[in-house]
Design a binder for this molecule. Structure first.
Ligand code: SAH
Ligand code: SF4
Length: 372
């Protein structure tokens, strides 16, 4: 009981960006340079015990032990894959979320979750099928990066730089957890923490239009937009939030977001589902749409990742390449997201994988835990 009371009143410094940390140190009557020291200890050196923060005075260390704590994620499963991909299941108070690391030749991308479940219910997404459970805290979001950096640097015997990019494309809709996500991304980009450039931190949204305008004011990260359809009729079915904010409104917001500086194109994600949105007529309509709206755009095609119970199918490679070819000939840089980490069910953006509902998902997680 004593312990419970103590931990309830302690402040979790993992929730703080650098400014919050300074405010906190001011509030406990300490100089702001200590805030920087502690921030660096936590995020650069991975140290969470105040006792080990050797450049703090003994008295300050003691004070922090009494008042604060640094809570790191509880890792339920830590699973490397044969192709270098690495997946973590994080226990956030009984629920599990996923974080995935995907190494490529010149970069290493970490795919981070922002919510437990998602309320937006896109028809092809298994996270959506789970329903919304809750938002993750700043500590739970940045904690995924903290955990990945620690594990990978231990594994590779060097400090970091394994992670060069972060994409908010794990479980959840990041713009529906706006404040915590923006703060966590600030920490990712802070030179005293992970020092990622703003071009290498990408937020993916299904199109919560008012929050795109808010993002424009408060952050400068790269934006990816889950378009998936070239017209409202189809997008209303696949991405139901389109009924609230349609393609015109979305494109207007994207255009403004891209105008914040040079080289700021928007990445449009387009999950290809056989005979649903993968015909040449769709590619043609997509080209017309993007050209007419004059949004600087790159396109990222994602072959649909099937799971039991879904009516959608992954198109053949021929169809995927035909779609890509059309877009490229029309002048759009178009990539196809490679499926990686298949052996650990970790293909980024398809994290919920082979489940339909929460019960099945939790059962699968439990299975993975017992198999690990
Ligand atoms: N909620 C955000 C970010 C998470 S999903 C968003 O929707 O943008 C990351 C990407 O994976 C999105 O483009 C999403 O539409 C796509 N996706 C979801 N389920 C998928 C599936 N089963 N197969 C392929 N792509 C999927
Ligand atoms: Fe939510 Fe994104 Fe899945 Fe849609 S695709 S249900 S917004 S996680």
């Amino acid at each position: 009981m004593q312990q419970v009371i103590e931990s309830q009143i302690k402040t979790n410094l993992m929730n703080f960006c650098q400014k919050d940390m300074r405010d906190y140190f001011a509030s406990i009557g300490e100089k702001s340079f200590h805030a920087k020291q502690v921030f660096k200890w936590i995020h650069q050196k991975g140290v969470t015990s105040f006792e080990e923060m050797s450049d703090l005075s003994k008295a300050l260390r003691q004070k922090l032990i009494e008042l604060a704590e640094v809570v790191t994620p509880k890792v339920a499963l830590d699973k490397p894959s044969n192709d270098g991909t690495h997946k973590w299941l994080i226990d956030v108070g009984g629920n599990l979320v996923e974080t995935v690391y995907i190494p490529e030749d010149s970069r290493g991308t970490l795919c981070v979750s922002s919510q437990v479940g998602c309320s937006l219910n896109c028809s092809f997404c298994s996270t959506g099928k789970q329903g919304f459970n809750r938002n993750l805290s700043v500590a739970e979001i940045i904690g995924q990066v903290w955990t990945a950096v620690r594990t990978l640097s231990k594994q590779h015997g060097e400090y970091d730089r394994q992670i060069t990019n972060v994409v908010m494309m794990g479980m959840g809709e990041p713009l529906m957890n706006f404040d915590a996500v923006v703060k966590a991304m600030d920490i990712m980009m802070d030179d005293l923490a992970y020092g990622l450039s703003k071009r290498r931190v990408t937020l993916s949204t299904s199109g919560v239009v008012p929050r795109i305008y808010d993002l424009l004011e408060q952050s400068d990260v790269s934006l990816a937009v889950s378009l998936h359809a070239p017209n409202d009729a189809l997008r209303n079915v696949l991405v139901p939030i389109n009924k609230k904010y349609n393609i015109d409104q979305l494109m207007e917001a994207c255009k403004l977001y891209a105008q914040r500086g040079p080289h700021k194109e928007i990445t449009f994600e387009y999950t290809l589902m056989e005979h649903v949105n993968d015909e040449l007529a769709h590619a043609k309509e997509l080209v017309t749409l993007l050209k007419s709206k004059q949004v600087p755009a790159k396109i990222n095609l994602i072959p649909f990742n099937p799971y039991p119970g879904t009516p959608y199918k992954k198109p053949s490679n021929n169809r995927i390449h035909r779609f890509q070819q059309y877009l490229m000939e029309a002048g759009f840089v178009t990539t196809i997201r490679k499926t990686r980490g298949d052996d650990i069910d970790a293909a980024c953006g398809q994290l919920a994988g082979k489940v339909q509902d929460k019960t099945n998902r939790q059962a699968r997680y439990q299975r993975q835990l017992s198999e690990a």
